[in-house]
Design a protein around this ligand. Structure first.
Ligand code: IPE
Ligand code: IPE
Ligand code: MG
Ligand code: MG
Length: 333
């Protein structure tokens, strides 16, 4: 059963107060608020998964979760900065069922709003952690910057792969380890730091978050291929039209030669976007090859890996993290 951490109940209000302060006095404020859907009560908001994980770990390690709210908001801001830039990089015009910032305001305004949000993330970690010892806050800042750096490496691989005619399965894993798992690993790690856990436990939590991050991205890849727009808030099949290297594709190309494998391989050996019909044929071939089932299995295997590390190192004492992770295997949003 999913049990929310008490501090997570405070999170949305805390984030709104951070954004309220920043937005009131900064020219980037209106775009930042628009990205978060703050001024439209009907707007779908993000899942707040990274703060939820961070606060769950902080509480599990015996901390009062409220001391970790600054770190949780910082990470959510950094994640959302990455989404603003990611939508520019991916050419995606829709997220959470509404136009992305670049689609509405142009690339230049969206870039700078994203940059402002990234700076605000680091400010929020420092200003929002008054009850933590300064040396610990400095260590947490370093962790967050390192995760940011690694996330950018993953994005660089992802962009580079769009013009590659072949990507190995290991290269694909290295890419998602950067673009997605780095921020989920640091969510776990920062939760441990905020609670005053030992460096060894913080590092173990980072490994848990890394494994979970791979599961999260594999599920994201399934949704990017077979997800429904009403649920994901993104156009259906977009990853394949853009010839993104996702789990189903990278896995399909590890399979023995067949007519269906050739459909996928040939489409990905070209450069540039695929037409609507061509993408539909590739998606059908992936399904027949069993790529969707393989992705579901891989997602579960990575979740089990994460939970296994927790069990072996006596982390996640009350099982709340595992419950959160397990829900990812079936997420549709
Ligand atoms: C999207 O993350 C980007 C990925 C790393 C796959 P989320 O799916 O967690 O996005 P929000 O926070 O709900 O908007
Ligand atoms: C997002 O990866 C990773 C980052 C934002 C760093 P994707 O491009 O696969 O995620 P979505 O599908 O656009 O959310
Ligand atoms: Mg994207
Ligand atoms: Mg991307």
């Amino acid at each position: 059963m999913l049990v929310r951490s008490p501090s997570f109940e405070q999170f949305e209000g805390y984030l709104e107060s951070v954004l309220g302060g920043a937005a009131a006095n900064n020219a980037n404020g209106p775009l930042i608020r628009e990205h978060f859907g703050l001024d439209d009560p009907a707007a779908k908001r993000g899942k707040r998964l990274r703060p939820q994980i961070l606060l769950t770990v902080a509480e599990c390690e015996g901390g009062d979760g409220s001391v970790a709210l600054g770190a949780a908001a910082a990470l959510e801001l950094l994640h959302n900065f990455s989404l603003i830039h990611d939508d520019i990089e991916d050419g995606d015009e829709m997220r959470h069922g509404r136009p992305t910032l670049w689609a509405r305001h142009g690339v230049r305004a969206a870039l700078v709003a994203g940059d402002a949000m990234s700076a605000l993330a680091y400010l929020t970690l420092v200003d929002g952690s008054p009850d933590l010892p300064p040396a610990r806050v400095a260590a947490m800042l370093r962790c967050l910057q390192e995760a940011h750096f690694r996330m950018c490496e993953g994005q660089a691989f992802d962009i580079g792969f769009e013009t590659a005619t072949f990507v190995t399965f290991d290269e694909y894993v290295r890419m998602i380890e950067g673009k997605t798992a780095a921020l989920l690993a640091v969510a776990c790690e920062l939760g441990a730091w905020a609670a005053g856990a030992s460096e060894e436990r913080a590092a173990a939590y980072s490994s848990v978050g890394r494994a979970y991050g791979l599961a999260f991205q594999v599920r994201d890849d399934v949704l990017g291929t077979w997800g429904r727009t009403e649920e994901t808030g993104k156009p259906s099949g977009a990853d394949i039209r853009r010839r993104k290297w996702s789990f189903p594709v990278a896995w399909a190309l590890t399979q023995p030669p067949s007519a269906d494998r050739a459909i996928v391989a040939d489409a990905y050996a070209t450069i540039g976007m695929l037409g609507e019909e061509h993408a539909t044929r590739v998606i059908a071939a992936l399904e027949r090859l069993g790529a969707r089932d393989a992705a579901d299995e891989a997602c579960l295997a990575y979740i089990n890996e994460a939970n296994g590390i927790s069990a072996a190192q006596a982390l996640d004492r009350d099982g709340r993290l595992a419950a959160l992770f397990n829900s990812t295997a079936k997420r549709t949003v």
